[in-house]
Design a protein around this ligand. Structure first.
Ligand SMILES: N[C@@H](CCC(=O)N[C@@H](CS)C(=O)NCC(=O)O)C(=O)O
Length: 222
């Protein structure tokens, strides 16, 4: 098989790529990386010294591709299927890249800041950084709620399911656990419900469930 994904099922950025793979039933070999295991970590940083997953290896193309958005662009260009992740129209493609950045930088990253702070040892917490992350989430929830109210057919940009929706689903899934948004942001809440019903994302969450106990925040379905 040409494609190998180095990933962990619990990771939001890995789920973003899994959603893209599952959308088009793209065949790939999953390679689960346990970064807590010294040997697995050492092997992984020989592939990508930064040490962050996901990383896709496309053996046929002779390419090792880190960064979730770049992986999805590669899949869209070289392993395309019925769901296209980047629109052909240039202006719409720019909007997709913008909102992909918004979900990665302003939802996923502050969410990760809050989660990883809970993993720090007692006394080493960063209360100021966590408060800033919560404020950033509140700001972006408002921006997204207003934006989603203007979009047709319920997806994030332009009416079709795109890379933005791959990014949004896992980012919102975890962000809602650490900083709930439903009460104040009805458009965002309705969008998230739609994402939860998308079979590609439902599958990624089902596969992550056996690892939920590793997440330091309550992950129950409620
Ligand atoms: N910008 C990267 C972010 C990837 C990322 O932050 N991955 C996290 C897991 S969700 C990771 O590998 N964390 C391990 C670490 O930082 O040591 C992307 O879009 O792929």
């Amino acid at each position: 098989m040409s494609l190998t994904l180095h990933f962990h099922p619990l990771s939001s950025f890995c789920q973003k790529v899994l959603v893209a793979l599952y959308e088009n039933e793209t065949p790939f070999t999953p390679h689960l990386v346990d970064l807590g295991d010294a040997a697995a970590h050492a092997a992984f940083v020989t592939i990508w010294p930064v040490g962050k997953f996901p990383v896709l290896v496309d053996a046929q193309a002779g390419r090792t591709i880190p960064e979730s958005s770049i992986i999805i662009e590669h899949l869209d260009r070289h392993h395309s299927g019925r769901t296209r992740f980047i629109p052909a129209d240039g202006d719409l493609a720019s909007q997709v890249r913008l909102y992909d950045r918004v979900f990665d930088l302003y939802v996923n990253e502050p969410m990760q800041k809050i989660v990883t702070d809970r993993l720090r040892s007692a006394g080493a917490e960063d209360a100021t950084g966590v408060a800033q992350a919560r404020q950033r989430l509140e700001t972006i929830y408002g921006v997204l709620d207003r934006h989603l109210a203007t979009q047709p057919r319920g997806w994030a940009v332009g009416g079709d399911f795109t890379m933005v929706d791959c990014a949004a689903a896992p980012a919102l899934f975890y962000a809602d656990r650490v900083q709930p948004f439903a009460d104040q942001h009805p458009h965002l809440a309705a969008y998230f419900e739609r994402l939860m019903e998308r079979p590609s994302f439902a599958r990624a969450i089902t596969e992550a469930k056996p690892y939920f106990h590793l997440f330091p925040q309550e992950l129950s379905d409620g």
